[in-house]
Design a binder for this molecule. Structure first.
Ligand code: CAA
Length: 705
């Protein structure tokens, strides 16, 4: 049994315990252990009922994802569950933590399920590009009804134990000791016959009782929301099989569908995203024994939209935060933004009045900098001006306690220069939140040349504590995300100057799966922002192309984007939906003419290639310069901060699927045609020549660290 599953008997109840840290995933050892333990329980004539429970922080959290794509090793999970299903003695699954994926499927193969009140149950496989493949799509609709099962399987979000009880997924909630409660429950049902088996239920899957068109609508809806991923629609097909086929045929159909899914690039991409996110939390030279500093109280300097959003992030997780600005009117404005944001969440039913009051109560506004003396962390979020930031940091240096972390939310400026304004650059770090800070999951953690390891370790831990995905990056203009974004936008703008229209560029990129196209995103962020920055910078020398020409013209006309109801598109008052604008087309045609560019038909393929390859080439340069630790970190940045579709795995994963020799060949061709902005990355050249991938690069780095 390899020690991961144990069997014992207490009076007449057999107890099967899974102990496979960290999350009791169903690796081969657990599967064979479960099989063997059941055999023992059935063979022991003193056992009248069985409890299946887990040690550690959670019930079984799913199949072992690391085994996917490798040759399967017996026993298969389906066979293990079939054995539990066929048990002649009642089995009670005792759920705590999270019963996810294969874990919930094991529980569905038991006769009864009891749960701790704070447990969660779910079938999140869709988020890995697959579907529940061990009977979940066949059993769940039988137990809780088709519509609820579709919600859980196609949406992938877990539900609370309370909800699970209310829909019949769980038979009882156990307050207090779960094992004792489960034993008592098992004893109470030990003699009951026939044994309830989910596979035998029919009432919920009677086609006559289902809403006509239910599956077609569900599939349409899944397609609409999946940004081109096919996994969600496949989940609908599997549930449909539960209604249209006998149980065993349904299981076979589920198997066929999951095998198709596992082999798909989409699922490989989504599994990559899952592990990439977890790998990003590991910093090779900052081991887990580096001490972290407690962050019990925080402060944010600058009560603008960004500062207000950051303050909310802390308040949301119970950390009191002081919001500081120069004038009371600025502070009040920030507090107002916060109240409005929380109010909107409450109206949507996602926050109670009491919880909103508690969170708002954790935020205090002030103009008095003396309030900063006691905080553990300060995040500066004023506008991007080096002089101002240095002045603030020099002031913080004098005011804050010795071990306080001094962080800047700069998105472009040199963190080392900011740190140099203090006497403690080792305490200074960049914490780059993405707008809106209370919504976006990404946090770029910018390590300065002198940032200490405990400050890095604390920041990485903090990211997790505040519900963000932290990615450690190095100092350079724009760090990882915005530096790449710059290249992506540049290419989108060149394509527009050459003959494409904003709607075509955006259609191609949303067709690829981006949440928004580059032009609609510029309208959302405000065209004036980049315009002001460009105005302060020297124009490119003659002979070099300038990508800002169209955006500058729009901004000069007061077309700042959504905030002025006009930008690359026009917007009806109060609406955020971009509408094509003939006026913009005229402006673009005029700008092309002034630039001496003869407009041409631009093919969709060219748009995709140039936008994507610009991202990839810059990503490779970033990797080569060690600004990012891994290619997978770059993917994590793009998926969590820029709406990159997770079913494409991120720009670097996507590059591997295209093939690096092909990417390089096109980058070189573009360099020939468009000049030095397309200078290929040395790393890209090296990897392509050696027939290696970015994934190989990551593995080799890991091996050498
Ligand atoms: N397989 C393998 N490893 C897993 C895993 C899984 N299913 N789930 C988590 N892990 C690993 C993580 O990679 C991480 O490893 P490292 O410490 O080496 O980085 C470790 O377990 C802890 O994970 P988290 O950092 O995510 O811990 P958490 O406490 O924040 O979250 C969790 C725990 C909610 C269970 C979360 O890990 C999670 O959502 N896991 C995935 C659950 C899932 O998708 N299950 C379905 C699997 S597919 C399936 O079951 C198919 C089927 O039908 C047979």
């Amino acid at each position: 049994m390899a020690g991961v599953v144990a069997f014992e008997r207490r009076n007449s109840v057999g107890i099967i315990t899974v102990d496979n840290p960290p999350v009791n995933a169903l690796g081969q050892a657990v599967r064979s252990g479960l099989d063997e333990a059941l055999r023992q329980a059935l063979a022991d004539s003193a056992v009248e009922a069985i409890v299946l429970r887990c040690k550690g922080r959670t019930f079984i959290a799913g199949a072992d994802i690391t085994e996917f794509g490798k040759p399967p090793k017996a026993p298969m999970l389906q066979a293990v569950i079939a054995a539990y299903d066929a048990s002649t003695k009642p089995i009670v699954a005792a759920i705590h933590g999270t019963a996810l994926g294969g874990g919930l499927e094991v529980a569905l193969g038991c006769n009864y399920r009891v749960a701790a009140p704070d447990a969660k149950c779910g079938l999140p496989e869709v988020k890995l590009g697959i579907l529940p493949g061990a009977g979940g799509t066949q059993r769940l609709p039988r137990l809780v009804g088709v519509e609820k099962a579709l919600d859980m399987i196609v949406g992938g979000d877990p539900i609370s134990a309370k909800e699970a009880k209310s829909i019949g997924l769980v038979d009882a909630l156990v307050e207090g000791d779960l094992l004792e409660g489960a034993i008592a429950f098992a004893t109470s049902v030990a003699a009951k016959r026939p044994l309830p088996r989910v596979r035998d239920l029919t009432a919920n899957i009677d086609p006559a009782k289902l809403r006509p068109g239910l599956f077609d609508d569900a599939k349409k809806d899944a397609r609409k929301r999946s940004r081109g991923a096919v996994g969600p629609a496949r989940c609908v097909d599997a549930v449909r099989a539960a209604v249209e086929m006998p149980f065993d045929a349904g299981l076979a159909e589920e198997r066929r569908l999951i095998e198709e899914a596992i082999a798909s690039v989409e699922s490989r991409a989504m599994r990559h995203v899952f592990f990439a996110e977890r790998k990003a939390a590991k910093i090779p030279d900052v081991s887990s024994d580096v001490p972290t500093l407690p962050v019990k109280k925080a402060a944010v300097i600058g009560a603008g939209t960004m500062g207000a959003g950051i303050a909310m992030v802390f308040a949301n997780v119970g950390i009191p935060v002081v919001l500081v600005d120069r004038e009371q009117s600025f502070v009040d404005k920030g507090l107002d933004i916060i109240a409005k944001n929380y109010g909107a969440t409450m109206k949507k039913g996602r926050l109670t009045q009491a919880e909103m009051d508690t969170r708002i109560g954790r935020i205090t506004g002030t103009t008095n900098w003396d309030d900063l003396a006691q905080v553990d962390l300060v995040i500066e979020a004023v506008f991007e001006e080096m002089g101002l930031k240095r002045e603030i940091f020099s002031r913080l240096d004098k005011l804050c306690k010795k071990d306080a972390i001094l962080a800047t939310n700069t998105s472009t400026l040199d963190v080392d220069q900011i740190a140099a304004a203090t006497s403690r650059p080792e305490q200074v770090i960049g914490l780059h939140f993405f707008s809106p800070a209370n919504v976006m999951r990404l946090l770029e953690i910018v390590r300065g040349a002198k940032t200490s390891k405990p400050v890095v370790a604390t920041s990485m831990k903090l990211a997790k504590d505040i519900g963000k995905v932290g990615v450690l990056v190095g100092v350079c203009q724009g760090f990882v995300g915005n530096r790449m974004l710059h290249q992506y936008y540049r290419e989108a703008q060149f394509l527009i100057q050459e003959g494409a229209l904003p709607s075509q560029v955006d259609r191609v990129m949303t067709g690829f799966g981006f949440a928004m196209g580059p032009c609609a995103t510029s309208d959302l962020a405000g065209i004036d922002v980049g315009w002001r920055i460009r105005k302060a910078q020297p124009k490119p020398p003659p002979g070099e192309r300038y990508s800002g020409a169209v955006a500058d013209r729009l901004a000069e006309m007061g077309r700042f984007g959504q905030k002025t109801n006009a930008g690359f598109y026009r917007y009806e008052a109060g609406s955020r939906t971009p509408v094509d604008d003939a006026e913009v087309e005229k402006i673009i045609v005029q700008v092309s003419k002034e630039l001496g560019i003869e407009r041409r038909q631009v093919a969709d393929e060219e748009i995709l290639e140039r936008c994507m390859f610009a991202l990839i080439n810059e990503g490779a340069k970033i990797l080569d310069e060690k600004i990012a630790l891994r290619a997978s970190d770059i993917d994590t940045v793009w998926i969590n901060g820029y709406g990159f579709p997770s079913h494409r795995g991120g720009p670097m994963f996507y590059a591997d699927t295209v093939g690096l020799p092909r990417v390089l060949e096109r980058v070189k061709a573009l360099q020939e045609k468009h000049g030095k902005v397309w200078t290929p990355s040395k790393l890209l050249e090296k990897l392509a020549a050696a027939g290696r991938t970015f994934a190989d690069f990551d593995s080799e780095q890991e091996g050498s660290s």
